[in-house]
Write a protein that binds this ligand. Structure first.
Ligand SMILES: C[S@@+](CC[C@H](N)C(=O)[O-])C[C@H]1O[C@@H](n2cnc3c(N)ncnc32)[C@H](O)[C@@H]1O
Length: 359
């Protein structure tokens, strides 16, 4: 490459500062969540100055100018709206900070603070700090994630609870808030997917939140939730949903459709093919309405900031799990290898895509 021009070099230096320092944004966001700033702004009527927040949060007045700088950075990053009135800044909630208000309710608990706290925790950050060491290691057998290699525990597994019960609880809270938000929206935007269905198995459906939302919207669908015994043991016994304890690699409860929502990204291609092959055994032929519904990210299906979000989520999967995000070709490959004949990208809903897969 030719030596860049003076202007290019100066711009490159500024870009490098941004890339090197942008880890401070999640740290500032974590600080805002720990201090309860979004909740305080909400309680103050949706708008607050730094001095309002110093008083509301009982912070030392000596921290006023520091708090102003933190808020200003978060407003620049798009977390809050800000206006300046004769030198006094006022900060307002935006949709992103509204999701960080304690107790916010949008068709269920929608508060997303657990994700901010988990993703900026020392466990996640230390695993990412070890990436280059992990790349240099040659493992025998299946390659553990950098997180597993460093901490000797697997996220969502009993080993995580043994390592740190508090962190395990937080990770489960983060997973629940991440997965439960938006199911009502998916159901409203994908009527054709569900309205003709007689029965559905929500595979790895956790505590049944998604299945309950489906049955509320479509009471004629007979819904079964399958998950690991330790999860099903804690599921609510409300009588409408059938709960089955089992292992996705062994058998899937039969139904006209199987739902795999935010599941396959946790698994390698080989495991996904095994899981999908079990799903195929559980559904009738296409002519009888048999299908698998996958709700997950499709990489390269977006542009701009959403594309960046998709790739950051893929990096998170790389650091934390043995799974991955997939582009449409990757999805097509695993569907075909599992014995399915065709798939249709049904709709994009937020960061995720809904795909129908036919036997
Ligand atoms: C990311 S969560 C799934 C999220 C859920 N589908 C949703 O959208 O809310 C992964 C789930 O898979 C379950 N799971 C993991 N391994 C499993 C296995 N071998 N058999 C059955 N369930 C399993 C976990 O207990 C967990 O509830």
């Amino acid at each position: 490459m030719a030596v860049p021009s003076d202007a290019e070099l100066l711009q490159a230096q500024a870009d490098l500062w941004r890339h090197t320092l942008c880890y401070l944004t999640p740290m500032a966001l974590r600080c805002a969540v720990e201090l309860g700033i979004p909740t305080a702004i909400h309680r103050l009527g949706g708008a607050a100055s730094p001095s309002d927040l110093i008083a509301a949060l009982s912070l030392p007045p000596s921290k006023l100018s520091f708090l102003g700088r933190l808020l200003s950075q978060l407003a620049t990053a798009g977390v809050f709206d800000s206006t300046d009135d004769m030198g006094t800044a006022t900060y307002r909630l935006k949709p992103i900070s509204y999701l960080l208000v304690d107790g916010v309710h949008i068709e269920g608990d929608a508060c997303q603070t657990a994700i901010v706290r988990a993703a900026s925790s020392r466990y996640y950050v230390e695993a990412a700090l070890g990436l280059s060491e992990w790349f240099k290691k040659d493992f025998e057998g299946p390659v553990p994630s950098p997180f597993e290699d460093l901490h000797g525990a697997t996220i969502f597994d009993d080993s995580m609870a043994l390592l740190d019960p508090e962190m395990d609880k937080l990770v489960h809270e983060a997973k629940a808030s991440h997965n439960h938000m938006g199911i009502g929206l998916v159901l409203r935007q994908c009527r054709e997917l569900f309205q003709e269905l007689e029965s559905l198995t929500d595979l790895c459906g956790g505590d049944g939140t998604t299945a309950r939302a489906i049955v509320r919207a479509y009471p004629h669908i007979k819904c079964t939730v399958m998950d690991l015994p330790k999860v099903i043991d804690k599921a609510p016994a409300e009588g409408v949903i059938k709960y089955v304890a089992g292992d996705i690699f062994h058998a899937v409860p039969p139904a006209q459709a199987v739902l795999l929502k935010s599941v396959l990204h946790l698994w390698s291609d080989e495991d996904c093919i095994k899981i999908l092959a079990q799903c195929k055994k559980a559904i009738p032929p296409r002519g009888a309405g048999g299908k698998v519904i996958v709700i997950d990210i499709v990489l390269s299906s977006a542009s701009g900031l959403m594309l960046e979000t998709h790739h950051l989520v893929d990096m998170l999967k790389l650091v934390m799990t043995r799974g991955r995000q997939r582009d449409e070709k990757d999805w097509s490959d695993i569907f075909m290898k599992a014995g399915f004949s065709e798939y249709k990208v049904f709709k994009k809903v937020g960061a995720r895509t809904v795909i129908e897969v036919y036997p």
